[in-house]
Write a protein that binds this ligand. Structure first.
Ligand code: BMA
Length: 326
């Protein structure tokens, strides 16, 4: 029996609220555990067109009881740097500082299903999504450090690893258009790169993982930043099949050379089964983006159907053992 994540009984943990910036959808949460609390940043939408996304901020206790959810968005697009939407946050603690990677675009765009339902025409042109880095001062104040991803790359699913390796910053990314001749992959894949400084660009790109199984056959991308274990970096990722179903898998990457894959889950560890994962603005999506470690337990935070935020648990040792064994 392949290992599966166990859903939190109180799912969804966050749903759309009010009639303003977070009234349509709240999804794809990032999470970090600090000072006895779980801090969650989530992607929020307040209108289907043009589908501008902002980040909201909520605080949970260790048992996933909601302690506080802030009335206003905590991080909003800055038009001066061509941001009109802020999407899919990931949080990494590194050397005592907290960093946010986020997808940004000057051309926000509602999902295809929403367009068809509401009669919104397809865009005639749209910019490539890029990923930027910010330092998180206190979840209400952020210092932008600029775009991290290479020019021309279509980038989501970019995560900073939580420690330097050999004096450099390791990054995992997913340039969706780096496909075909010269890239050694026939579909969007997970890549590795270094950054010499956090306000610089990624360099020395290396292919990490391309699709193997049918459930990840169309594309795959990193979830939350990897967790360090004795057996390697534990990476939770998403895979998309030809019917656009998003599932979650896990892999172990070499500690010193994280572009070397030690093991990966042949089967998904989470897939859309509950109504809140099957029905929403984009059906059949589980999209992990946050992870918190409590001793031997991992809590994984994920977006469901591009509509709500959810959580699921698994034993860390149990998950690593299943990857090593499988
Ligand atoms: C991806 C991203 C995610 C989203 C997913 C499912 O390409 O846009 O933010 O959750 O598609 O729609």
């Amino acid at each position: 029996m392949p290992l599966k994540l166990k859903r939190y009984a109180g799912n969804p943990i966050l749903e759309p609220r009010g009639d303003d910036w977070e009234s349509v959808a709240v999804f794809n949460p990032a999470a970090i555990y600090m000072k006895d609390k779980i801090h969650v940043l989530y992607r929020a939408v307040g209108e289907y067109y043009p589908y501008v996304c902002r980040l909201g901020y909520a605080v949970f206790d260790k048992d996933l009881n909601l302690m506080e959810r802030f009335r206003d968005p905590c991080f909003v697009p800055e038009p001066k740097v061509w941001e009109r939407s802020i999407e899919d946050p990931r949080l990494t603690e590194l050397a005592g500082e907290l960093y946010l990677t986020y997808v940004t675009t000057p051309t926000p765009s509602p999902p295809g299903g929403v367009r068809r339902r509401l009669g919104i025409p397809m865009p005639t042109d749209s910019a490539q999504p890029r990923t930027a880095l910010a330092e998180v001062k206190d979840f209400h104040n952020f210092k932008r450090m600029g775009i991290m991803t290479p020019y021309g790359a279509d980038e989501r699913d970019v995560v900073l690893l939580p420690e330097k390796i050999g004096g450099r910053y390791p990054v995992i990314h997913r340039p969706a258009n780096w496909v075909g001749h010269g890239y050694n992959t026939s579909g969007p894949a997970i890549w590795f790169a270094w950054m010499d400084s956090l306000d610089g660009k990624m360099v020395e790109h290396k292919l990490v993982m391309q699709a193997e199984a049918e459930w990840e056959g169309e594309k795959l991308g990193a979830g939350p930043p990897p967790i360090k274990t004795d057996a390697g970096w534990l990476l939770i990722y998403h895979g998309v099949d030809k019917n656009s179903v998003y599932r979650a898998g896990a892999a172990l990457l070499d500690l010193k050379e994280p572009w070397q894959v030690i093991a990966r889950s042949p089967q998904p560890i989470l897939e859309p089964e509950e109504d809140y994962e099957k029905f929403g603005d984009v059906p059949n999506v589980v999209f992990p983006g946050g992870i918190v470690r409590m001793d031997d337990e991992l809590i994984i935070f994920y977006g469901a159907a591009d509509k709500v935020c959810c959580a699921a648990k698994v034993g860390l040792n149990e998950l690593v053992a299943s990857l090593v064994a499988g």
